[in-house]
Design a protein around this ligand. Structure first.
Ligand code: NAI
Length: 460
């Protein structure tokens, strides 16, 4: 093996996904020399197998829904079917365009892109094939991969992960979705819009169980109306595959037949066989442990993104990458504010939230107040024919600490809510802000007007 010809760089980054490339871009902007190592394509899970392609599918699903529902707006149309090859080429073209843009960004900022399988071989170096890339500091950003359950074998054909689901060359006639987190609910939503019979199985009592309970219930109602079957609080017992499809058994004796089973029970860290343990990096069930500065127990090594315990979201990876690059460049950035990370499930309808649920706020503050504004009172929601609500969680006579939204386009509304919770705004302060009429964003203003004791278009 030979050492990096040009001598050590400032930063060696292992993994070119959201966390890794954000670190690289910001570090290069700050004048650091960077080598970015990636075995696959720059962009990682988010760009190639996650956020972007799934949201393209969800948009295609929305177009299908619009055609089905167009009659109710007085627009006559005929739904002729789904050309899945065309849907996939639209999805792939979105990914390709963003991929080209990202590759250009990395090149123009002078980042060395090292293509190949990297392995940590010392606290300051990563081996890639015959080469050893050495730096003052190493950033581990190897991300996550789909998990399964003990005894549940994924065959990538009838029992599939989200990676396989994105590559499907057909719309399944029927599907069982195991797990009702973001991945499960998003695929259930897409497949239903494309005409599949969909059944969700979730061990906890609700869909999107980490969300405010009232948001989960609204999604459950909306999915029921869309004909998505739900087994909640149901334990998976096993699956049998046959030539025709799968038979999924639940612990209560129920069996469900379908063309395929999507396993969406979470994602685990990619850290095995990468030399982390040999170099003495502390891990817990494969997750690399870090402090609030994102440093591991080895002083020259940091870890970011899905690889460390915590929320596995692309935008958290971006924020951590920027923070880490700035702190390694000697700046004094504010640490990532994990309490105020927006979360969105892009199903139809969407579920979005930021800050604390009422249960978490009660634990932290004791007494709390909540306020729900039903989208039935919002003009734009009626125009769009979307149902849902905005629920606020606040400290009595204090700031708003949680905002929970259900409804189409909720994901676009949560950015304002993030300002509210991050700046610890009082309900009366937000009530002062004038929201444009008629927009969905007014529902945020209306919820705060109600919480400030001066409801306008509210019945409760
Ligand atoms: P998740 O952890 O969010 O949800 C998995 C669900 O499976 C849980 O509700 C869990 O109770 C359930 N489950 C586990 N074992 C089960 C069993 N034996 N029987 C029935 N249900 C069982 O994981 P998910 O949805 O796979 O997503 C993985 C990660 O990717 C998450 O961190 C998620 O936030 C992230 N992601 C985010 C997206 C977004 O922000 N829109 C989209 C897709 C993924």
């Amino acid at each position: 093996m030979v050492d990096s010809a040009a001598g050590p760089v400032d930063l060696v980054i292992l993994g070119g996904g959201s966390g890794g490339y954000a670190t690289a871009l910001r570090a290069a902007e700050l004048g650091l020399t960077v080598s970015l190592i990636e075995k696959d394509k720059l962009g990682g899970t988010c760009l190639h197998r996650g956020c972007i392609p799934t949201k393209a599918l969800l948009h295609a699903a929305e177009v299908a829904d619009n055609i089905h529902e167009s009659g109710s707006f007085g627009i006559l149309s005929t739904f002729e079917g789904i050309d899945i090859a065309k849907v996939n080429s639209y999805k792939d073209s979105v990914v390709s365009k963003l991929y080209r843009g990202l590759t250009g960004l990395v090149n123009t900022r002078g980042i060395e892109f090292v293509e190949g399988y990297g392995r940590l071989v010392s606290p300051t170096s990563v081996a890639v094939g015959d080469r050893v890339v050495t730096g003052r500091h190493v950033v581990l950003a190897t991300g996550s991969q789909s998990k399964s359950l003990p005894g549940l074998e994924v065959d990538h054909h009838q029992v599939i992960t989200s990676d396989d689901a994105l590559r499907l060359d057909r719309v399944p006639a029927s599907a069982v979705v195991l797990g009702a987190g973001a991945i499960g609910c998003e695929f259930a939503s897409v497949w239903r819009s494309f005409g599949a019979e969909v059944t969700i199985v979730e061990a906890l009592p609700h869909l999107v169980p980490l969300e405010e309970e009232s948001s989960s219930k609204l999604l459950e109602r909306a999915f029921r109306r869309r004909g998505i079957k739900q087994h909640l609080g149901a334990r998976f017992a096993g699956v049998k595959t046959t030539d025709e499809g799968v038979t999924v058994a639940l612990e209560d004796g129920t069996t469900i037949e379908a063309e395929l089973l999507l396993v969406a029970v979470g994602r685990g860290p990619v850290s095995e066989g990468l030399g982390y343990e040999e170099v003495g990096i502390a891990t817990d069930r494969g997750y690399v442990l870090v402090d609030h500065q994102l440093r591991t127990n080895v002083p020259t090594v940091s870890a970011i993104g899905d690889l460390r315990p915590g929320l596995q979201l692309a935008h958290v990876g971006f924020a951590e990458g920027i923070f880490l690059a700035e702190s390694l460049a000697g700046l004094d950035p504010a640490p990532v504010d994990y309490d105020n990370i927006p979360r969105v499930t892009y199903s139809h309808p969407e579920v979005a939230s930021v800050g604390l649920t009422s249960a978490a706020a009660e634990q932290r503050y004791g007494d709390i107040v909540t306020q729900t504004y039903d989208l039935a009172g919002n003009g734009k929601a009626q125009i769009l024919q979307t149902a849902g609500a905005v629920t606020l969680v606040a400290v009595p006579d204090g700031p708003v600490v949680g905002v929970h939204i259900v409804g189409d386009r909720a994901g676009e509304l949560i950015a304002e809510a993030q300002l509210i919770t991050s700046w610890e705004a009082l309900p009366a302060e937000v009530a002062q802000l004038i929201h444009p009429h008629p927009t969905l964003s007014e529902s945020i203003g209306e919820a705060h007007l109600a919480l400030a004791g001066k409801p306008l278009h509210s019945h409760n």
